[in-house]
Design a protein around this ligand. Structure first.
Ligand code: TYD
Length: 228
């Protein structure tokens, strides 16, 4: 029974890829991003999905922004722990710099080898946090995202949606620089993610992330299956 579900999932992934761009599938892997406010549970879910794909025999790369291997780790340290004033524009450029390095040196090479790349946060976090959250011009950020990624787009983005009261409880009392931004900021960020999903319904899917870990994982699988 389990095997047939797994085969169905693989078929769905492959079919979706073929439907989207059959030439690229011959050479490239699948790129899925996990997004949402801090404490939405996406990191737990990305790990579960990665394990699931590996059990199917897929080669995967589980990575994150900010803070992929190498230079990304240094940029993450500044972005999350620098305790002086950081302007919103400077913050945007640091996230974008991290992304450019990540895409060029890690994501694209993996996709070219046909590896499934699962990324914990990517372009939509910049639009939601720096755009909707901090008030940096959203159209400018979209252009800069394109510059940073060389126009690479995720095949699928899942937004894990949760109310800010619940997410704040999950984050707890120990907060990094970004997490210390306050309730209103996170309300705007949440709204930002939902707005992005409305604008790009084919790429961006929303899951209600207030349910149990198991049922959210099931929803992730259903969603990927449903791509047919
Ligand atoms: P992290 O500890 O990785 O948080 P999470 O586990 O919730 O992903 O910290 C990443 C922080 O950086 C998070 O608060 C969101 C923020 N961020 C932006 O503001 N803009 C961005 O472009 C990215 C990628 C992250």
């Amino acid at each position: 029974m389990k095997i047939s579900v797994n085969v169905q999932l693989l078929n769905a992934l492959v079919y979706y890829r073929i439907k989207k761009d059959w030439v690229r599938i011959m050479r490239q892997g699948l790129f899925i991003t996990f997004e949402g406010v801090d404490g939405c549970g996406k990191t737990t879910q990305i790990k579960l999905f990665d394990e699931y794909l590996r059990n199917l025999g897929c080669e995967t790369l589980l990575t994150r922004e900010p803070g992929a291997k190498g230079l990304g780790e240094k940029l993450r340290e500044i972005l999350l722990n620098y305790d002086g004033n950081v302007s919103s524009k400077c913050e945007s450029f640091l996230f974008l710099a991290d992304r450019a390095q990540h895409v060029d040196c890690i994501i694209k090479p993996a996709l070219e080898k046909g590896i499934f790349v699962l990324c914990d946060r990517h372009t939509d976090s910049t639009i939601a946090y720096q755009g909707y959250g901090r008030g940096v011009d959203i159209e400018e950020l979209k252009n800069l995202n394109n510059l940073a990624t060389g126009e690479l787009k995720p095949d699928l983005t899942i937004v894990f949606d949760v109310d800010i009261e619940t997410s704040a409880k999950r984050v707890g009392k120990e907060k990094d620089r970004m997490e210390s931004a306050g309730i209103e900021f996170f309300e705007r960020v949440r709204k930002g993610f939902l707005e992005i999903a409305k604008q790009e319904p084919e790429r961006v899917k929303v899951i209600d992330s207030t349910q149990s870990i198991e049922s959210i994982h099931e929803k992730v699988l259903e969603l990927v299956n449903g791509l047919k």
